[in-house]
Design a protein around this ligand. Structure first.
Ligand code: PAF
Length: 270
């Protein structure tokens, strides 16, 4: 992998990386197209990173179709796919972690306390191995994006982080590999995430600026679905990820909701 990157760099090529866990959907492909448009060479990593999953989570059933992924990446003109195995990424005796402290604590960090330590660590490892000039991250994982941006600043990494807007299904559901877990009934219920965010935006447009009022409206919309359970609804500052007591332009509204046994996330910036 390093040799490929060093060769590209020697010949003056810029390298963009799209880090993924595979099982590509249109969201991943959009990130790849963006990377293709802004760099000379594009590498995509596919690695289902075990250290960002808790023991009770879906690591073992995380969907996989490497052959299909390689075909899709090739159709976009990706130059290189990095497909390491667990032993290559985490050698016996591994014990070094990257912890982006405050930003990792709220939102998804509350119910997934070790998740972002795993994400930051594996992303730094990918940066060190692939040495990209640019890395593209989707805004659906908004907290992840902020954590990676912070890590890049704090550790002086020579990588430009480029965010990509959320890619949605025609009915508004944010694209996610985990959508493949949903039954037809759950797929219908999953629309409560985007619908509650739309209600939040509409309420703000009508002059409501109090987070509790908007949260109550969102909760009502979500819990109208018997199979939905709210993990969190966050309303706050889009940079610090701290809750605020009033909503304004630029406020982040982010949520995680269980639909049956599938945990989905989504967000908007007001
Ligand atoms: O967003 C993801 O798919 C993963 O968290 C990432 C960034 C590839 C790290 O494993």
């Amino acid at each position: 992998m390093r040799q490929w990157s060093l060769q590209g760099k020697k010949s003056g090529k810029s390298i963009a990386l799209v880090p993924t866990m595979g099982y590509f959907h249109e969201g991943h492909l959009s990130l790849m197209r963006m990377a293709r448009a802004i760099a000379d060479s594009v590498a995509v990593s596919i690695f289902v990173n075990p250290t960002q999953f808790a023991p009770n989570e879906d690591l073992d059933k995380y969907p996989k179709d490497i052959k299909r992924d390689i075909g899709l990446a090739a159709s976009i003109g990706i130059d290189c796919i990095f497909l390491p195995d667990n032993d290559a990424m985490y050698e016996k005796g591994f014990q070094t972690w990257v912890q982006v402290e405050e930003l990792s604590q709220g939102l998804c960090g509350k119910s997934r306390p070790h998740h972002f330590r795993g994400v930051a660590t594996v992303v730094l490892k990918l940066f060190n191995i692939i040495m990209p000039d640019i890395a593209v991250f989707g805004q659906k994982d908004y907290q992840q994006l902020k954590i990676i941006e912070r890590m890049v600043k704090d550790l002086n990494l020579p990588v430009k982080i480029v965010p990509h807007p959320i890619v949605r299904e025609p009915d508004g559901l944010a694209m996610s590999s985990r959508n493949s877990y949903l039954s037809p009934q759950e797929r219908k219920s999953a629309l409560c995430l985007i619908n509650s965010l739309k209600i939040a935006q509409k309420s703000f447009n009508e002059g409501i600026v109090h987070p509790d009022t908007i949260r109550a409206k969102m909760r009502h919309e979500i819990l109208a679905n018997k199979n939905a359970k709210i993990d969190y609804i966050f309303i706050g500052d889009a940079d610090t990820l701290k809750e605020t007591d009033t909503i304004g332009d630029g406020t982040l509204i982010a949520l995680a909701v269980w639909i049956g046994t599938t945990r989905l996330i989504d967000n908007i910036i007001i």
